[in-house]
Design a protein around this ligand. Structure first.
Ligand SMILES: Nc1nc2c(c(=O)[nH]1)N[C@@H](CN(C=O)c1ccc(C(=O)N[C@@H](CCC(=O)O)C(=O)O)cc1)CN2
Ligand code: GAR
Length: 216
């Protein structure tokens, strides 16, 4: 049976992209990484993808008059590679409503907070400033509403008194690299269904959609 083709959008380092590429190297993983697209030519993740033999493309957002025209070219690049799931991985552009509508329930994002808390950017510092004792990451379907799409799975980590944004980000990132490949596998296996704002994951234990790592 043909594997699900995943297209990954990045803007920078690409460690979540690398985790997905590594997961897809396993023969029984039900997805393959078909293309990596960046809006930034200098994204370090492009080199990582090329060294892994994954096709890449750059679509510079600054060259477009508006978000939708940029989004349509990105979408065409993904469709050229037969992509069935779009995975945002440190992709730093807010997409026009056209994109998540066109890719409805076929586009996911990983976000470094326990949504709905702390959408947007600089979220690790937001959690620290709020005195949160727990933080983590969320994989969700992407909709026109920023960081507000149906939640698929989350991973939680402690926030320590001595944490800086960087130490907390590093602790969360380790869980991101576990969570994202797990969720992409579930999508590829056809286990995800969306009803309104809720996602059901068929055939997995109820607790499997929440990882908790008490390790500092
Ligand atoms: N329509 C949607 N687009 C995006 C979503 C989403 O849920 N719906 N998720 C974000 C990912 N993201 C946080 O997880 C995020 C990325 C970027 C921004 C942002 O403010 N971008 C600015 C530029 C910032 C920069 O270049 O440093 C912008 O686009 O003007 C907020 C949240 C991805 N897109
Ligand atoms: N709002 C989007 C956002 O903040 N995404 C976050 O950017 C980082 C990208 O790292 P990576 O490029 O090494 O995967 C990740 O921590 C991801 O959760």
């Amino acid at each position: 049976m043909a594997k699900l083709k995943v297209g990954i959008l990045i803007s920078g380092r690409g460690s979540n992209m690398a985790a997905l590429i590594e997961a897809a190297r396993t023969p029984d993983y039900p997805a393959e990484i078909a293309v990596v697209v960046s809006n930034v030519a200098s994204a370090a993740g492009l080199k990582t993808a090329q060294e892994a033999g994954v096709p890449t493309a750059v679509v510079p957002h600054r060259e477009f008059p508006d978000r939708e025209s940029f989004d349509r070219v990105v979408s065409a690049e993904l469709e050229k590679h037969g992509v069935g799931l779009v995975a945002l991985a440190g992709f730093m552009r807010i997409q026009s409503p056209w994109f998540p509508t066109h890719w409805k329930n076929r586009i996911v994002n990983i976000h470094p907070s326990l949504l709905p808390s702390f959408p947007g950017l600089r979220v690790q510092q937001q959690a620290i400033d709020a005195g949160s004792r727990i933080s983590g990451c969320t994989v969700h379907f992407v909709t026109a509403d920023l960081d507000a799409g149906p939640i698929i799975a989350q991973a939680a980590v402690p926030v320590l008194p001595e944490d800086t944004a960087d130490t907390l980000a590093a602790r969360i990132l380790r869980q991101e690299h576990r969570l994202y490949p797990m969720v992409v596998r579930w999508f590829a296996e056809g286990r995800l269904s969306v009803a309104g704002s809720r996602v059901a994951v068929a055939g997995v234990p109820q607790g499997a959609t929440l990882l908790f790592s008490p390790a500092p």
